[in-house]
Design a protein around this ligand. Sequence first.
Ligand code: PLP
Length: 641
Amino acid sequence: MAKRDIHTWDVERSSSLYRIDQWGSGYFNINRKGEVEVNLRNNNKSSAVSLLEISQGLQERGLKMPVLLRFSDILDDRIKFINETFRAAIKDVGYKGSYKGVYPIKVNQQQQVIEEICHFGKQYHHGLETGSKAELIAALAYLDDPEAYIVCNGYKDEEYIDLALKGLMLGIQTVLVIEMPQEAALIIERSKELGVRPIIGIRMKPSTIASGHWTDSGGERSAFGLNTTQIINAIDLLRNEGMLDCLQLLHYHLGSQIPNIHDIRVGATEAARFYVGLVKEGAKMGLLDIGGGLAIDYDGSSSNTSNSRNYTMAEYCIDVIEEVMNICNESDVEHPTIISESGRALVAYYSVLLLNVLDTNVFKTEAPLEISDELKPVLDNLLYVKKSLSEKTVQECLNDLNYYREEIRVKFLFGKVNMRERAAAEHLYWSIMADISALVHKLDFIPSDLKDLDKQLSDIYYGNFSLFQSLPDVWAIDQLFPIMPIHLLDQEPTRRAILSDITCDSEGKIDKFIGREEIDLTLPLHQLPEDEDYILGVFLVGAYQETLGDLHNLFGDTNVVSVTYDETGRYVLHNELDGDTVADVLSYVEYDPKTLETLIKTKAEVAVREGLISAQQRRKIISAYSAGLRGYTYYETDQED
Ligand code: PLP
């Protein structure tokens, strides 16, 4: 086990190193034992549960890593939080309307999530937002509250529209939002055909373009919504059909994870002006849907950067409500019910991915090189660099070092340096790099070339997960998620590493982490303990990750389990879902597991006939193949079933 140094390290230092108090939002912290614990609250009671204890309990039950933990109590708390904060803002500023949220199913579509949102959200009449027929079909079945809304966004064909209208017939307040100009006529036609008066919304194209990663939904070139002329055309059409009373909602969406409150305010102002305009045109209105965009502080920096946000939930609610109220008051328009489509802000904290580290590739400076006389001519220049190294010459020495290494590589290509000489040169190169790195840490100003030196000298920790399956946004858009060990946090993490997954793709790595001031290129980690698994948690992964993941290298869905706690404060596991088996993922890509087994049986039979294996060996090979098909797609350390 790594050596303990309890005098120089404590859990407070780990808290500050990993910034858990900043991004944890009160849901996660480190306990006295140096383990990350999750704080679950339920009906004014709360309990702190150690993630290590949960992971040990899972392993005892045979549920293998990687595993996704879901915390229903956190979801419940987030729904309460957004609804109560809007209510408080409404009261504070004297707003006359109310707030009703709708959860966008696409953010995490899992059945369990939708069921829990409908259940926890009922007291607030929290509804659902759908973007497709499939999502609407799920929403119609699960939402059981005549006062909640289903807001139907996305492209709509006749079937989608009919389903929404049938929802209305069942007493569910289903709003059909016109996203494309031609949808207006189709909604009118279908509602006449079915004899239902629809609730219609219009999605406007805001000219406001928010900053951040996911903000293509804003601006006049955004794919969805109607521009001002198209809105006027839709109003005229509805008026001609005697259906202006059906137009009740205005919707806009600036994009997801909007870091700057300024953009949110400007967007709300623009939308409120359109809302007032629609009322003046004679539409019934009553509902203003401000879309999603409420951001999560993934890196705990509370800043206007893409992984954070420079506002609190309270500020968000007050700013939106105030803007809408002021503009409605100016024009003597009744305050609308505010609907928001916050997804990320509800579900991000809900899930944590736990993974075990399988192995490491540790950077270490080898013992000093013995330089024999034959090696001297080859190593001469590198030795000179080593001799000239000082705080003043560090950049120059790095440049020279790289130049001379390249020279040796070229000489090797032309046969002028042999393999043993090249090995000695590389050995010397890395030992000088380590000296440079030690000097760089003493500098007040670090030149940009030297900034990623730590990364070059860092270890590689191999985690039992697939980046593409479990954290697709890390790969696709460089999103940062908080990552840290869930135990040993009373000990100093003495290594710096990047994290590699087990796909054989060079992109399957994480080399950007939450830093104390900015992004760090390495993650502080402990030396692997000898007598227990080293387990990392990837936090705040409840939004978008589960459903965007793909089957790269045929790594499938991970095991999933929900965690709550009982009256004694002990954790309780439910809704255990086995991850994909190898047979599952193969069948997703059109293999038939039965055919595969038949093919291998035939092959093994031929091998018996040709005398390559015995009949007994055939039996063992076939049973190993079948067990492989039934097995987990991730690295399994325990072969017992
Ligand atoms: N509404 C619409 C129309 C969206 O496209 C999205 C996602 O981008 C959302 C709501 C959810 O946004 P967020 O997760 O930022 O709350």
